[in-house]
Unconditional design. Structure first.
Length: 240
């Protein structure tokens, strides 16, 4: 296991995670909370309600009048309408926020390096009208997953996030506990989940509010290994 202080990049809430008993490991040059001492229990909890910190993992934004066309030229799929998320072949997620803005989230399972490849491509050959937005440094990134995820979010957000009203692929740019937040609905197999992204300055407050909202539904913080297990298990069922 790793000590977060040994890494140049670590979560905005690593102190809160450590206080809850998180165990850290290096991933992509960052310290990531992989579990809280009970990996098997966390896998079970994720199906009910679990909160995972993905903040140290790759993500990047693109803005400008040419941003979407440039991404399409780089074979990023989707981006056809605002507030829509499309999964890529690598398992990354491309999110169109506006006609001139998109967000790319890396695959939490660690497969592929789409964010790095896109950043390197734009650095090497700048495109007029397409500019990077460094989401990895400026925004927290949490994943709230489980059968009661929408119930917990209902206590913090005015948008109806139940699966029938807000299916996988839906995106809302809204307020969660009075924090401007991007909410992205996804599915880990049959388990509904939400990516939550907001200003890094509000990360500690957002984490504490979400943890508090989960208590009514017996939700707990979970590590990245639980999320990766869910992704791998569901990918295996799909392949079979």
């Amino acid at each position: 296991m790793a000590e977060p202080g040994a890494y140049a990049r670590r979560s905005f809430v690593y102190r809160e995670l450590a206080a809850c008993g998180a165990r850290f490991r290096g991933a992509g040059g960052a310290a990531v909370a992989v579990d809280f001492g009970d990996p098997e229990g966390e896998r079970r909890s994720l199906a009910r309600l679990g909160l995972c910190d993905l903040s140290p993992l790759p993500r990047i934004g693109f803005r400008g009048p040419a941003a979407l066309d440039w991404l399409r030229a780089k074979r990023v799929r989707g981006l056809d309408r605002d507030n829509r998320a499309d999964i890529q072949r690598s398992g990354a997620l491309a999110v169109r926020l506006a006609p001139t803005e998109a967000l790319v989230l890396g695959n939490p399972a660690g497969r592929g390096n789409l964010c790095d490849r896109l950043e390197a491509a734009l650095d090497e050959n700048p495109e007029p009208g397409c500019y990077k937005a460094m989401r990895r440094d400026g925004s927290f990134h949490f994943l709230l997953a489980g059968a009661h995820a929408a119930d917990a979010m209902a206590t913090l957000c005015g948008v109806d996030l139940r699966p029938l009203a807000f299916p996988a692929g839906s995106v809302a740019q809204t307020s969660v506990a009075r924090i401007s937040t991007i909410v992205i609905a996804v599915a880990l197999g049959e388990v509904p989940a939400f990516h939550l992204l907001g200003d890094s300055a509000s990360a500690s407050y957002a984490w504490s509010v979400l943890v508090d909202a989960m208590t009514e539904f017996d939700g707990v913080p979970v590590g990245l290994d639980a999320v990766r297990h869910a992704i791998g298990a569901n990918a295996g069922r799909s392949a079979g």
